[in-house]
Write a protein that binds this ligand. Structure first.
Ligand code: FAD
Ligand code: NAP
Length: 338
């Protein structure tokens, strides 16, 4: 470990820097550590990733049912036990223009890496309405597990028609007196097993073919009283009384660090070579929801994390034997480790 001139600014060198602590990041950590690459994993603002915002996970192989946050603690412990160093920091800047790659942490630490595995996942999308913004944190939320408890005995609406919206609606019935699921179409895209549960739940009322026009509430104190919704077929506007609005309209890739450096597609997902986690820059690998616009599951993210570590291992081995890895022409040669 080097300490640079600035007393607080530390420089950490590693063969493999993993950015992100969801299923993709931790699985990459397990595999890279077992390949003796001594990886460093930077957790980001949401240690454990998206699964920490949910309750039961029923499709993680080997666990009929497991709590999302518990699963992620287990993954973290597993990565650490294998020798992956897990650091609580947020990467605020990443320079992929030359090797070794350089990342800057919010802590002031600079990470210098021969290979980088990007596993920054995805973040909740918002509708973009001014009234949604106004009441965010005061009745408008994108996380039922975080905020559902505040709505005991109250009426709530959930916006969306995917797995997240249906799961959130079901979860919120633990607290709410009534949950209205507002969907812009008359068919849900959620899995059938979840749709069946939704339709059987007496506390949930679906409202088909409606969109949210406006969140209505009080200014002092700031709080939600109703939503104004539009029937997409007739154009009719109606008002539904509620105290909470949960927006569950999908997720967008968390690509801020790399969107100007790597090839992206389909609304910002990082492009990887088919059957691989290689990105458009040699030595930079991407795994999980950051690169996957199709499956976006914990198990597929973990699978890609494994692939990324194996790809990074092969890249570094080739670099060592050949002096410079294949495709290294645009980047500087690797520097020896400490
Ligand atoms: P994420 O889990 O999104 O993790 C991204 C990580 O990157 C986070 O740790 C974050 O802190 C970190 N990060 C981001 N930016 C930075 C940065 N600048 N510096 C450092 N770190 C950074 N899937 C299932 O298979 N089963 C389920 O039951 C299921 N339920 C779900 C319920 C909900 C409510 C949601 C939202 C999703 C659910 N999913 C489920 C989907 C699943 O959570 C995702 O597919 C999976 O978490 C993606 O893993 P990931 O590792 O790619 O990224
Ligand atoms: P999603 O599958 O993309 O669904 C988003 C939903 O929001 C869709 O129904 C969509 O409507 C609607 N929507 C999008 N933009 C909208 C807008 N502007 N206004 C109104 N409605 C809008 O997203 P998700 O439900 O968050 O799921 C993301 C991924 O995580 C998926 O791959 C999912 O399988 C996974 N996940 C899995 C589980 C599980 O396995 N149990 C649980 C949660 C999430 P349309 O249908 O009309 O497009």
């Amino acid at each position: 470990m080097d300490i640079t001139g600035d007393a607080m600014a530390e420089t950490r060198k590693t063969k493999v820097l993993i950015i992100g602590s969801g299923p993709a990041g931790y699985t990459a950590g397990v595999y890279a550590a077992r390949a003796m690459l001594e990886p460093i994993l930077v957790q980001g603002i949401e240690p454990g990733g998206q699964l920490t915002t949910t309750t039961e996970v029923e499709n993680w192989p080997g666990d009929t049912e497991v709590q999302g946050p518990d699963l992620m603690v287990r993954m973290q412990d597993h990565a650490k036990a294998m020798g992956c160093e897990v650091i609580g920091d947020i990467v605020s800047d990443l320079n992929l223009s030359e090797r070794p790659f350089r990342a800057k942490g919010d802590s002031g630490t600079e990470y210098v890496a021969d290979a980088v595995i990007l596993a920054t996942g995805a973040r909740a999308k918002w509708l973009g309405l001014p009234s949604e913004e106004k009441f965010k944190g005061f009745g408008v939320s994108a996380c039922a597990t975080c905020d559902g408890f505040f709505y005991r005995g109250q009426e709530i609406v959930v916006i969306g028609g995917g797995n997240t919206a249906v799961e959130e609606a079901l979860f919120l019935t633990n607290f709410a007196s009534k949950v209205t699921l507002i969907h812009r179409r008359d068919e849900l895209r959620a899995e059938k097993i979840l749709v069946d549960r939704l339709m059987k739940n007496p506390k949930i009322e679906p409202l088909w073919s409606h969109t949210l026009e406006e969140v209505v509430g009080t200014d002092n104190p700031l709080g939600v009283e109703a939503v104004r919704v539009r029937n997409v077929k007739s154009g009719e506007i109606t008002e539904i009384p509620c105290k909470g609005v949960f927006v569950a309209i999908g997720h967008a890739p968390a690509n801020e660090l790399v969107k100007d450096q790597l090839e992206t597609h389909m609304g910002g997902y990082v492009v990887t070579k088919p059957g691989s986690t290689e990105t458009s820059i040699p030595g930079v690998f991407a795994a999980g929801d950051l690169t996957d616009h199709v499956y976006r599951q914990a198990v597929t993210s973990a699978g890609m994390g494994c692939m990324a570590a194996l790809d990074a291992e092969r890249f570094l081995a080739e670099a060592e034997t050949a002096g410079a890895p294949e495709g290294a022409e645009h980047a500087a040669p690797l520097t020896p480790q400490d």
